[in-house]
Design a protein around this ligand. Structure first.
Ligand code: F6R
Length: 234
């Protein structure tokens, strides 16, 4: 794993932007994207750049089950707001949260990933070491699957909804196996709250207790951290 430490989220946005720029220069055609607060500064840089995505494909990590693409808390909507309005791709795929037939929705998404092998996958890191919605205990060979959200994730997300009952209980997520198939992975983490997960991801044993630790088995991973997130590394 190549670890790069930056001063803050803005510098992380620039460093992440350069990883995307290099990948595009090296011929990347399919970009794997994430939502959440971490990628926002990278998307700001990409949106403001003169990079052209109009011939490229994007494939997102995950989506809530039960939210339509036009729901303001859907990950579809997030991507539209933060990147796609400014930089349309030829094709952008996000799991179809409106499709309540999980077997169909997840197998269709696996088919999309198989037809569009990901050149560069961007990831954020959960405080408990999750990547995508792959919580501790997820099978490392997992493909796209339906996930029951943990109480802590539901609580963390409740602030975005009018009341806690509206927070989706399930999501569709690419699996750890799907993520590890990407040719290159960029994972980014900021802040003290991520420090323990960062240390476990990079220096701990490879274990289902820390889904991000499986990234140690991938040959091309770049990690961008601020100093607080790097503070528990030896
Ligand atoms: C987002 C995703 C999640 C987040 C992670 C970190 O698509 O799959 O794994 O990357 O929960 O979230 P933030 O960036 O909000 O701290």
């Amino acid at each position: 794993m190549k670890v790069q430490i930056v001063s803050d989220k803005q510098a992380g946005g620039q460093a992440g932007f350069r990883v995307f720029e290099d990948a595009l220069q090296n011929g990347a055609k399919v970009l794997g994207l994430a939502t959440g607060s971490t990628p926002v500064t990278i998307y700001e840089q990409l949106a403001a750049s003169d990079l052209d995505f109009s011939q490229l494909t994007s494939v997102n990590l995950d989506e809530y089950v039960g939210l339509n693409a036009d729901h303001p808390q859907s990950y579809h909507y997030f991507m539209q707001e933060h990147l796609f309005n400014a930089k349309p791709f030829a094709h952008s795929y996000v799991p179809d949260g409106a499709d309540l037939d999980a077997a169909k929705a997840t197998s269709e998404y696996d088919q999309i990933i198989a037809e569009n092998p990901i050149d560069l996958q961007l990831l954020g890191l959960g405080k408990n070491g999750h990547i995508g919605f792959n919580e501790p205990g997820t099978d490392p060979d997992s493909t796209t699957h339906k996930v029951m959200l943990t109480d802590s994730t539901i609580d963390a997300n409740a602030r975005f909804f009018d009341n806690a009952d509206e927070v989706p209980r399930y999501a569709y997520s690419m699996g750890i196996g799907s993520i590890l198939k990407a040719k290159q992975i960029l994972i980014v983490a900021y802040g003290e709250a991520k420090a323990a997960a960062v240390a476990a991801m990079i220096q701990g044993p490879v274990t289902p207790d820390v889904p991000a630790s499986y990234l140690q088995t991938h040959p091309n991973v770049t990690v961008i951290l601020d100093e607080a997130a790097a503070s528990q590394l030896d």
